[in-house]
Design a protein around this ligand. Structure first.
Ligand SMILES: Nc1ncnc2c1ncn2[C@@H]1O[C@H](COP(=O)(O)OP(=O)(O)O)[C@@H](O)[C@H]1O
Ligand SMILES: [Mg+2]
Length: 246
């Protein structure tokens, strides 16, 4: 018998509206350990809203959420902080602290983990090596190109060696070559850290390159999911619309 795959994220019947604007309309999603999921959806379809609910930054109207065994809607602030420190985030835009050096930006996630202080130097260097930017350790963010900033933000996201890494639009706003570099880097980190990845995107080529499975967020629900090959064969116009892009 095949071994049961471990579920790391499970969302059931998630609803979220803003006034008359119903954004999530009974969204469901199950993610297993080691998955590399691309959540594909048009701009404004609710991808960021879903992620915010998932990590407890936003309260859903109804539905259930389990992430690594926890329900973020029921946790105290302290418990939420602990949960979030087990998740690596690469938010839309790189969000580095402009007044801190690269090294200080990377040390930042360790501040609530005094037990890791002894490993500070090793961790910073290892994370920078993972993204190929060890030489940038003493630079300020203003001295970095857009692609380098994204890579440093990625290094910061892996400082605590997270079990889950969430990327919000990691290649948006980058030129095609830099975008390709970031794609390769995400693949490398997925392997190196044996992580489960949830990657938000509206870029179908990126999704094809990186996803073990694609989930399509359309009309507030998990409209379709499968490999790029499976979805590409669909005759549903809403699914086909994605594959006709570029
Ligand atoms: N805090 C908020 N208050 C009101 N409306 C919001 C809020 N956050 C998101 N929305 C609305 O929810 C919808 C989905 O937004 P979002 O999840 O950011 O889309 P995307 O798929 O591009 O990430 C949009 O119509 C947006 O205007
Ligand atoms: Mg978004």
């Amino acid at each position: 018998m095949e071994a049961q795959k471990e579920i790391v994220i499970e969302i059931k019947d998630l609803y979220k509206s803003f006034g008359q604007n119903r954004v999530l309309n009974g969204f469901n999603m199950t993610i297993y350990k080691g998955d590399s999921i691309v959540l594909l959806g048009k701009s404004g379809s609710g991808k960021s809203v879903m992620i915010k609910c998932l990590v407890g930054l936003m309260q859903p109207d109804s539905g259930s959420i389990k992430i690594m065994g926890d329900d973020p809607t029921k946790l105290s602030q302290k418990e939420l902080n602990l949960l979030r420190s087990k998740i690596g985030f690469l938010f839309q835009g790189s969000a580095l602290y402009d007044s801190m050096t690269v090294r200080e930006n990377l040390e930042f996630p360790l501040r609530i983990h005094p037990e890791l202080l002894a490993q500070k130097e090793t961790r910073v260097k290892q994370a920078l090596e993972s993204v190929g930017l060890l030489d940038a350790i003493d630079l300020m963010p203003s001295e970095l190109s857009g692609g380098m900033k994204r890579r440093i933000a990625l290094a910061r996201a892996i400082m605590l060696r997270p079990k889950i890494i969430i990327y919000d639009e990691p290649t948006t706003g980058l030129d095609p070559i830099t975008s390709k570099e970031i794609t390769l880097l995400i693949q490398r980190i997925q392997k190196e850290y044996d992580a489960t990845s949830l990657i938000i995107s509206h870029d179908i080529d990126f999704a094809k390159a990186i996803a073990s499975r694609i989930i399509m967020l359309i009309d507030g629900i998990n409209y379709a999911s499968g490999t790029a090959l499976e979805l590409e064969k669909s005759t549903d116009p809403k699914i086909k619309a994605f594959f006709k892009q570029t």
